[in-house]
Design a protein around this ligand. Structure first.
Ligand code: BLA
Length: 315
């Protein structure tokens, strides 16, 4: 798969048109354009229909009266949910873009998350694997082996972001870009370019993937996606901010019904079923973000994408 050339051109065009705005206020990056560009690329290849979620979630204003949230949601014959959320106010910008397949397909989950505040950016960009990579090297070969060059193109400008919640690593692939950086025009443009390249790789996978006919495999895909949704609907690092911006009830609805839609529909298993180590003595889910704590100071994959952290850390 080769995506380089067309994106080179579109990256340059975007650079010029945004130049003036960035030169006045670096933090004025708008992630709405990231979403629009990805959707434009999608429409060239796939027929998108609006998701029924779009009627309930389109835009919201935060409790402060100033923060704007913009939501977009689509589906296609193969894609269960392609959704975007962009949050903006005077001090922060957040972007959360994800794509989830129907369970008949084992394509990874597209995951782009950017949190920008004052001068600081926290980024996760990845095609999150649906199946464990350590014991399923065929899954790794099928989806990641041939596209590791995309990661290497950005590994210098976006180095590993340091220790992170240990539990998160098992949701990441060797392609993951996990990074933190101070805002600059150059970095935000490179991020835009990386986002579109990762997205284009994912889109190509969704087009190539064949429907799974084996019921046990469809079931395995569904369970894996449900486990992922269950984790993120409960423990995603954005929760605190969403609660602050929207209040408890609206934040919960946004998380369970929109961002991680499917958590209450795809399966009946609970968070404790998947992550029993979080069960408190009273039987509730612990409020702790992490049981393992922060780990992985350095990137636990070698340059070929082979996992070099301890396997016990993935259990
Ligand atoms: C921080 N966001 C982080 C961190 C990660 C992620 C790894 C560093 C803190 C940590 O180690 O947990 C992102 N973690 C992910 C992703 C997955 C994961 C994408 O496990 C997927 C499996 N971030 C958002 C949204 C908001 C947000 C929507 O995606 C806000 C609405 C905010 N992320 C946010 C904030 C921080 C953060 C405020 C810093 C605070 C913190 O470290 O807890």
């Amino acid at each position: 798969m080769e995506f380089g050339s067309s994106f080179g051109t579109c990256f340059k065009a975007a650079t010029r048109s945004k130049h003036q705005r960035f030169s006045f206020r670096v933090s004025a990056v708008s992630y709405k354009e990231f979403a629009e560009s990805a959707l434009q690329e999608t429409r060239k290849r796939v027929v998108l229909e609006p998701s029924p979620l779009q009627e309930r979630y389109s835009s919201m204003t935060g409790l402060d009266g100033k923060t704007q949230l913009q939501m977009l949601a689509f589906k296609s014959p193969k894609i269960r949910l392609l959704r975007s959320m962009a949050i903006e106010n005077e001090t922060i910008q957040v972007f959360d873009f994800a794509g989830f397949m129907k369970p008949e397909y084992d394509t990874p989950i597209f995951c782009a998350n950017v949190f920008t505040s004052a001068n600081m950016n926290i980024v996760v960009l990845d095609l999150n694997p649906l199946h464990q990579l350590t014991d399923q090297t065929d899954y790794q070969d099928k989806y990641y082996k041939n596209i590791m060059s995309i990661y290497h193109k950005y590994d210098e400008i976006f180095p590993w972001g340091g220790k992170l919640t240990g539990e998160s690593i098992k949701f990441f692939s060797p392609l993951v870009m996990w990074t933190r950086f101070s805002s600059s025009q150059e970095k935000h443009q490179a991020l835009f370019s990386a986002f579109l390249e990762y997205y284009q790789a994912w889109l190509e996978m969704t087009i190539q993937v064949k429907e799974e006919m084996e019921p046990s495999q469809v079931r395995a895909n569904l369970e894996a996606q449900h486990k992922y949704l269950t984790w993120r609907a409960q423990k995603d690092p954005g929760h605190g901010l969403l609660r602050k911006l929207l209040g408890e009830a609206k934040a919960k609805a946004l998380l369970r019904d929109f961002l991680f839609n499917g958590v209450d529909e795809l399966d009946t298993k609970t968070f404790i079923d998947y992550f029993p180590e979080y069960e408190t003595e009273g039987g509730t889910v612990s409020d702790k973000r992490s049981i393992i704590g922060k780990s992985f100071e350095t990137r636990p994959w070698d340059s070929n994408g082979r996992f070099i952290g301890y396997e016990s850390e993935l259990e």
